[in-house]
Design a protein around this ligand. Structure first.
Ligand code: FAD
Length: 292
């Protein structure tokens, strides 16, 4: 089912992101967690592509398995990295023939071991071209990435907003944000987006923090600020269990504040786990936001 239409109808959404595991035990564990999260009847689930070394085949297999074995509405991520326009068209058509109705159209992160995006031969350099291609193939509800704190390569927030708008005008139905740890970045972005004429749903991406050191490295790489007060909350943490408890508290507080400010869309970066998300969703009654 098309995510854009569901969100338009329901004006709310609950969704989860997974990444393709590297081996069979990882996949077994992932599907155990997918089945646990399926009980929440999310609006959609998404599967990353390429980030951290995953291949197209991995993403495709996980999407195919989700369609075959669950009642979930899957959305593959697709990037421009190392791919010609012809190949991207073939991949999109293949997803359509599988029965996939949604795609997250991305430029992509540079592959592992490199830090600069390299223009692919006969391919695209920006997500707006991928959006246009998905529109041309037809049948998709299209999502794009947005950056409340600005994209790392953008010279300033205005330029970033200009290009964000460009990919939305190319045909995106909704955006999903990069992780952020201070809701003020999201509220400020939404205000600036509205002024720039952006009115599609922008779904906040919620990243669980259980291991603060790991998240700090992660957030530095993608330009998301980790506020001091968040780090302070982890100062007395000595065990992974304590870390998880603090992380659940923080995510619950963050989502409660979003709810208080009339935000009714939630996308969780699950890191292929389920306990954390189940707990936060239960704390806030967010299961009511799911459904198709
Ligand atoms: P773009 O929108 O193309 O933007 C990239 C940069 O170019 C920005 O600085 C932008 O301002 C600028 N720009 C955009 N359009 C133009 C234009 N037409 N001309 C000139 N400049 C332009 N990465 C992966 O590899 N795999 C994933 O599965 C993945 N999933 C993600 C999911 C979400 C929700 C998010 C937020 C990010 C994800 N990423 C993923 C990371 C993403 O690929 C990187 O942040 C990447 O660096 C930019 O991708 P983009 O689609 O935002 O690119």
């Amino acid at each position: 089912m098309k995510i854009g239409e569901i969100i338009d109808n329901k004006q709310r959404s609950l969704s989860f992101e997974f990444f393709p595991p590297k081996d069979e035990p990882g996949e077994t564990q992932l599907f155990e967690n997918i089945h646990r999260l399926e009980t929440l009847q999310p609006t959609f689930v998404s599967v990353t592509y390429g980030a951290g070394g995953g291949t197209l085949k991995n993403t495709h297999n996980i999407i195919e398995r989700i369609l075959r074995e669950t009642s979930l509405n899957p959305m593959p991520h697709l990037t421009c990295i190392d791919q010609s326009k012809t190949e991207l068209r073939r991949i999109l058509k293949d997803y359509r023939s599988l029965g996939v109705d949604n795609v997250l159209a991305l430029r992509g992160d540079p592959p592992k071991g490199t830090d600069k995006f390299v223009a692919p031969k006969k391919g695209f350099c920006h997500a707006n071209d991928m959006v246009a291609l998905a529109v041309a193939v037809g049948g998709f509800s299209i999502g794009v990435a947005v950056y409340p704190e600005g994209h790392m390569e953008s010279p300033d927030p205005e330029t970033d907003m200009y290009y964000t708008r460009m990919k939305i005008e190319a045909g995106a139905d909704f955006g999903i944000t990069q992780m952020f740890f201070d809701n003020r970045f999201y509220y400020d972005f939404m205000e600036r987006a509205a002024k720039a004429g952006i009115h599609i749903p922008i779904i906040p991406g919620i990243m669980p923090i259980t291991d603060v050191g790991r998240i700090k490295r992660f957030s530095q790489r993608c330009g998301a600020a980790l506020p001091d007060y968040v780090e302070k909350r982890f100062e007395k943490v000595t065990t992974p269990q304590d870390g998880k408890k603090v992380g659940i508290e923080l995510a619950t507080e963050m989502c409660a504040d979003l709810l208080k400010n009339d935000v009714f869309y939630f996308h969780f970066y699950t890191l292929n786990q389920s306990d954390f998300v189940l707990e936060v969703v239960k704390n806030l009654g967010l299961q009511e936001f799911g459904g198709k």
